[in-house]
Write a protein that binds this ligand. Sequence first.
Ligand code: PMP
Length: 395
Amino acid sequence: MDSIEARIQFWRERVDRTRADDAYVYQIPIESIDGAYVSVRGQRMLMLASYSYLGLLGHPEITQAAQTAAQKYGTGTHGVRLLAGTLDLHRELEQTIARFKQTADAVVFSSGYVTNLTAIATLLGRNDVVICDKLDHASIVDGCLLSGAKLLRFKHNDPNDLERQLQVAGDRSKLVIVDAVFSMDGDIAPLPEISRLCKQYNGWLMVDEAHSIGLLGSTGHGIEEHFNLPPDTIDIKMGTLSKTIPSVGGYIAGSKDLINYLQHVAHAYVFSAALPPAQTAAAKCAFEIIEREPERVRRAQANGHMLRTGLNSLGFDTLHSTTAIVPLMTRHEDRALHMAALCQQRGYFVLPVIAPAVAAELSRLRVTVTSAHSASDIEQALDIFKQTGKELGVI
Ligand code: PMP
């Protein structure tokens, strides 16, 4: 694949082949949503691939907050945040996030992907070292590459290997970055050990909470609450506004000085337009609802437990997931694609994860449940996984 034409052709052939096989299951247009259900080509389907872990997508109060903001401010801003793009709404959202994450301040950007890219590239330079878990999200890896820092990677969730990499980094300026909950595996970073090592080796610690806000901790405040650690355990707290928070955007929460630095140097803040008012107001409203309705958090956790234990008792391998993100391992790309296609034909919206997102031998369905699912929804989903899993020889 050593030319632009060859790369484009490779992907055309790959997609054409999968379509010819009736196994192309991506990019299905959703026509409407109704709690844990969606409508696709007129067919009602149980959603098992959502990031809206607390069922807040479509929440009437959040939708109303977005409509009110659009009425008041219009649909865009006057440009970039540093110049005329800042609204009172942006500062209110940032203060809400800072309070939620117990930091002195916070700053928002227009996507989670962009947040990782710009924050990491702004903080690090060529003489620094960045140390990542091997399964860190692509946006983290891309940020590291853009920064020009030396990139070291440690074995997934392995503090001993992290320690070896910290020793390799020596006395250069170091930043350790992990996902709090790994988006494809649903397991949790061992924060107590990681933060202890960062302190011991004088490294900064950044944690991506894209999949842990709302899901971890007894009230959904995230990974520190889950491990009962103090709020200053993490130096740079990153999260998205596009998953549990049903909007779009990303944030960094941390010290006043850190946020001041990003507000003046981060390219995505200085050279890219501000979050639109409707999305900003929706995000703020969602944080408030999470704090007001902690029972959503408990339901999402209980539903994750029910799905995992149900799949395990049917004989499925779910790796080390302990959250509402549950990998159902097929270990073969074709089986993952066909199992997803069969489930979809039968009314269950589930998606496969295959190479290059994971290694081909780690192909899987990535199943998620949210607080919007009922016990009977999950029982029905387990029945369909049992039936299709047997038909395709996964169990
Ligand atoms: N970090 C992680 C761990 C993610 O899973 C994602 C989204 N899949 C992002 C960052 C990027 O967030 P966004 O979709 O809001 O750009």
